[in-house]
Structure formats: C-alpha cells, structure tokens
Design a binder for this molecule. Sequence first.
Ligand code: NOJ
Length: 513
Amino acid sequence: MPAWLKNSVFYEVYPQSFLDTNSDGIGDLCGITIKLDYIKDLGCNAVWINPIFDSPFMDAGYDVRDYKKIAARYGSMSDFEKLLEEAHKRDMKIIIDLVPGHTSDTHEWFLESKKADKNEYTDRYIFTNSTWEAPPEYKLVCGMCERDGNYMVNFFSSQPALNYGFHNITHPSWQKSPDDCECIKTVDAMKDIMRFWLDKGVDGFRVDMADSLVKNDDEKIATAKIWRGIRQMFDEDYKDRVLISEWSDPMKAIVNSGFHADFYLDHPHNGYHYLFRNGRGEENKSFFADHAKGNIKDFLNDYIPAYECSKNKGYISFITNNHDMPRAPFYMSDDIIKLSHAFMMTMPGVPFIYYGDEIGMRYIENLKSKEGGYSRTGARTPMQWNSEKNLGFSDADSDMLYLPIDKSEDAPTVLCQQGVSSSIYENLKAVIALRRQYPELSNDSEFEVVYAKENEYPFVYKRGEFIIFVNPSDDKKTLNFASNGKSEIYSIGKYEMTSSSVTIGDRSFLIIR
Ligand code: NOJ
C-alpha cells in the first residue's frame, strides 16, 4: 500500500470546466497547473483529473479514441508533463482516468475490428457471428458494420465493449473464455497503456467501470482475477502508485481485486444513498437533509460490513459528489452541506472533493445536454472563481463557454467565501486541516460507532481518542456521556457539555478529545 494514500485528500477536476487559460471557452491543463496552489491551500494533496485523452466527446471523453494522446482542447503532452512536474514539486499527486471497459467507436482498434476481413483487432471487441444474431440479453448495436455481426456496448452506443471474454459462456460460437489469447491481448494492451502513463510519472488511475471487464461474470470472479494481475504489476514495478475503482463494492473491488481504494457512490439502497441522496424536498429521507428524518442504521447496515472486510486492505472513498450526479445543494441547504462535509472529512477512507463543492456550487437544472451529459450536465458547469467575467472561469464570450456559468445573482464564488468563517469553503478547509493534523483522523485510523439508534439523531462515532457528534436534525439532543475532562477540538452550531452529558444542538457538529 503506497504510504502517501494514508494522508491524502483528493480533489476531482473536471478539466473542461475548471479554468480556461487560452480563452477558447473550455478549461485546459494549464488552468489546472495554475490552480495547484489553490487546491493545496484548500488542504488537498492529490488530484484526480477526468479523461483528457483524444476523443470525439460523445461521453465527455469517456469515449477514448487514442489512450496515449492528449485531446487538443486541453493542451499538449508537454502541458501535461508540466502539470505533473509542478504537482510533484508541491508534493502533490496526480491520478488520471483509465477507461478499460470500452473505447470510442472511432478508436483505431474498433475501425479495424469492424472490417469484414480478419485482422489483428478482429477479436478486440465482442461481435456476434451474424447480423441476424442479436440475443436480447446483451446490449448490441446491430447492422452498423461491414463485418457480419453485431457488437456489444458497455455504456452508450458509441462505446463498444472491449473483449475480456465471458465467465459463463452461453453462446460458444462468439463468446471467448477470459483465458483465450485474444482476451489476454486486451489485458496486455491495457497494461501497456498504464505503463505509458506510469512511466511518465502519473501517481495512479481512477478506473472507470472497473467491474465491467468480463461479461456474464455476476460474482466478478474473472474480472477480479484480471485486476489482481494488474495489481501485481503495480506491486512489482510501480509500488508507490494507486488504483482506485469506480465499483462501490469494497469486498469485490478491494478484497478480491486488489484496488487500493473504492468509491462510495450513490447506488440504490446503499449507505451513501441513505446518507445524502434519499429523495428531495418533503420527500427527502436522507440522514443529512433539512428537517432531517433519516435513519443512520440504513447507512451503517451497508457501511460497516464493507468497512470491516476491507479496512486493512484498502480504503472506502467518500465523495462530496462527482460529475455523474446532481450537486449537494439540489438536496440540502448550506447548513446541512457543512455538516455533511464535516462528517465525510472525519470518517475513515480516502475522501474526494468534487471541484466547486468547496463553495457549494449548485446543480443547474434544465441545461441542454452537453457531450452525453444529459441529467449530469448541470453538475459540470464552469468553476466559479470570482465576480469577474464568466465568474473568472474564462475570458471568452459567454456564448463560447463549454457550458453556461451559474447566472444566479448569489452564485457562490471562491473569492466571496474565502476568509468568511461561516462559509462552506472555510468550514471544509478547517475540517480537512484537522484531518491532516491529527493522526486519529487520518484515513486508516480506527473507527467505532458510539451511538446510533434506529430513526434517531445524533450519530456519534469515535476515531482514536476523538469523539464526534453529528446532528443534522431540527432538535437538540442530550446524551448521557461521561466527558472525563474532554474538550472541544472543533464545532459547528451549538453544544453544551457537563461532566455527565453532552447536548448537541440542532444542525450541529462537535469533535471532542
Ligand atoms: C462512469 C463515468 O463516471 C461516467 O461519466 C461515464 O459516462 C461512464 N462511466 C461511461 O464511461
């Protein structure tokens, strides 16, 4: 396990929306380099950058046309090398996206694969044997190739699935075993791409749809075997680099596959959902909500088994949000966001902050879909730096921007929140600083539940000598608690402490030691 992961807090940069330095309306690599000090000052020491590779952008870059080429709109390879160098100078890490499950349908491999004549790439993707063969259980694109066959896709129709084989073979005439040499060639091609970037000095990968490699593999047995092989390559040749999975199943991702960390994403009925995304407005049943009426047990029933099985092997990554879901203000007010940040920054694991979440940037509703964003588009709007033109994101005319900026008069900006102690920004910065300052709050120190009752508030947990109380509800709560001379380390809202009780105010948070 790379030691640096133990104290890392990540910042996710959606490159097209972060900072535009050449006035073309789209963010770029130089913009990220310029803002490294900003990211570091917030307390983050690692950055994940969404795909920056050559692409037709049917899925905002998750449709890769050339894995080894930087998309011209973000700059050049030397801009990327400069970014790495500047990050490393500051003792910061850079991880990039790896999209191993599919390519763009304009990738050279696919252009070859769809040809009628057999060639080196014929089996790089999954094709049925005839255009008339289209079993309904598979997501296939039919009648689009010179080759007589239909191809399987992983996500959108423009993203053909790479061929890592089938665990359960139901159609032997076109489904291969993961051990088939053609499937092994796909793994080798992916390893070659990884080596290319690792040799340049990237500190690891966030792996897109990491569970999607081998098909008909419900228990992910064959998929995990491939990842263990890749982890072995890391252990042998790139010991200090990391693999972080988009999977949200620590047992399969961390324990079985060897990922160093796995994202906790909003999935139906999982703990993340019950904490933050369980409905809106009056219907919001999340633990973190206005007039909160959630059930902490719904979170714990999911989280604790995952935490227990993976805790000495890898990290569960809480995210403030990401580029795939509406931002927090769509669900909760600023007060509750602050509590949720304080909670996430005091839980175990490797936390990720999505750009703009540090100022409570809003989800912009009803935007026209951009590059396959659809409902996700409103979470991808330009970063709001200050009150200047385009809120400091770009000098370009506003109709040239990648996406419109938040036009509301009170759109939050970095400049208006910095130095304001009640702001989301200063609150988040303060709790990150605590996490970095105290070993008890670091990513792998012990976590224990102290008080968690069905449908009740607060939630109280322990990290080493630290006791943490979080109460998003509208009522103050008193717990019998022998404080034994403990005193405050950090608080939001109100609390009272006697020698035998702690009263934690409504919408409040407290750390004592
Ligand atoms: C997950 C990524 O986060 C998302 O943005 C993308 O569209 C899909 N995977 C497909 O690659």
